[in-house]
Design a binder for this molecule. Structure first.
Ligand code: ZN
Length: 418
């Protein structure tokens, strides 16, 4: 182990070089056109290290059926599953995604290459989440060079479309049965906390129907936008009630520090409103959309029943409102027991390499990892390199500290080394 950690200490430049090569393959989605190239690069490294590598392309029909809003995206949806069976008792699944969000014109450095500055590495995807992949490749090659055997059989799933979803490459691999393992480490996270839970997500939509007419005689039409007002008021009353709820799972460090919220909480949002064509036409349709994030203690069915019940009450009060409502489950919530031996193991190693008490916490957002956990039932921990409040994931000048990259290679080394 000491030999490995020593050896890793001399490999930081190699990790940065690998990361640079990954960042230079522009896998931003939309559109996600270069997945083949990125996965080809990763596959060549893993094959060199004696992994059996399978390339799994999500069929176009399935991609469009499961992601109807993404049908316009071009390019093959490529993922890889790389396995190495060393005859160990347990298998560890390691996953993250190689797609990234696009970069704006406001970056101070070129986004699609790595720039080293002030002890940091800048580049799109360095934190979310190509840095983890570079660190993993360094650890595996260091172990190979030193002839060190891993503690687990490894199943490495590198996937795409996490940044778009809902049905990402990871979901596809879960449904194909390619995530067979005993433990699950997702590198798609930050180093602030070990994420063991996440909120579920329901997308809801309400279409309110009216009758269009010349606005000069609007009393002869039915104004769908005006009819939407009591519906929104009903939803806001429900929001106040919903958001009093609290989970038992601690919230992330960033949320508790910045919002003073100590445990995961459910939220209900109205986020889209569409209606009307022109000032002098009575609108015949108004569409409201939003989401409802629900805590691991809640169930999808109950969340939908509650929302539909609220809308039903509005209709009883205003019987002339004509509407249709849908609720779709996007991601289920996730919860791994903090006392599970796998969580304890990850925490012990993270505490050691980070030199602090790394808390186990939940994410307010929803993860494709939750889908994989729902299908496989695996105990899962998400732990990555970036820092929530300074790495600018999904923003300009995304960066990681070089020290954190080094910390993360040590973390992976200690975790998988026998
Ligand atoms: Zn990510």
């Amino acid at each position: 182990m000491l030999e490995l950690l020593d050896h890793l200490g001399s490999k930081t430049d190699e990790t940065i070089k690998t990361l640079d090569e990954l960042v230079r393959i522009p896998t931003q989605v939309p559109p996600g056109e270069n997945y083949e190239k990125a996965m080809g690069y990763a596959a060549s490294i893993l094959k060199e290290l004696d992994f059996g590598v399978e390339t799994l392309i999500m069929p176009r029909g399935l991609f469009e059926k499961k992601n109807p809003r993404l049908a316009h995206l071009h390019g093959e949806r490529v993922n890889i599953s790389a396995t190495k069976d060393i005859g160990a008792d347990k298998t560890l699944l390691i996953n993250t995604h190689l797609d990234v969000v696009p970069a704006s014109a406001n970056w101070s450095v070129p986004p699609f290459e790595c720039t080293k500055k002030d002890g940091r590495i800048f580049g799109r995807g360095v934190a979310d989440s190509k840095g983890g992949v570079a660190a993993l490749f360094t650890v595996l090659s260091a172990m190979d060079e030193l002839n060190i055997i891993t503690k687990y059989n490894l199943n490495i799933a590198l996937t795409t479309d996490e940044e778009m979803g809902p049905y990402s490459g990871l979901c596809y691999l879960a449904d194909l049965g390619k995530l067979k393992a005993d433990y699950f480490l997702s590198m798609d996270g930050d180093s602030d906390d070990i994420t063991i839970a996440s909120n579920g997500n329901v997308d809801w939509q309400i279409d309110i129907f009216g009758k269009s007419y010349h606005s000069g005689s609007s009393f002869l039409g039915v104004n769908a936008i005006e009819k939407a007002v009591p519906v929104m008021n009903g939803l806001l009353e429900l929001k106040a009630k919903v958001e009093k709820g609290r989970s038992k799972v601690p919230a992330s460090m960033a949320i508790s520090r910045n919002a003073g919220i100590d445990t995961l909480m459910p939220v209900l949002n109205i986020t889209v409103i569409n209606g009307g064509v022109k000032q002098n036409i009575v609108p015949d349709r108004c569409t409201l959309k939003g989401d409802r994030r629900y805590i691991p203690e809640e169930k999808f069915e109950d969340v939908c029943r509650e929302m539909k019940g609220t809308v039903e009450q509005v209709k009883q009060k205003y019987p002339d409102i004509d509407l249709k409502m849908t609720c779709d489950e996007i991601y289920a919530p996730m919860l791994t027991d903090a006392s599970h031996p796998w969580v304890k193991e990850v925490k012990m190693v993270a505490d050691e390499v980070a030199g602090r008490d790394v808390r186990c916490a939940g994410a307010q957002g929803s993860l494709d990892v939750a889908y994989a956990v729902k299908v496989t039932g695996l105990p899962a921990c998400c732990f990555g390199i970036g820092r929530r409040m300074e790495s600018n994931a999904h923003a300009d000048d995304e960066n990681i500290r070089v020290d954190d990259l080094v910390m993360y290679t040590k973390f992976l080394g200690k975790l998988i080394c026998r």
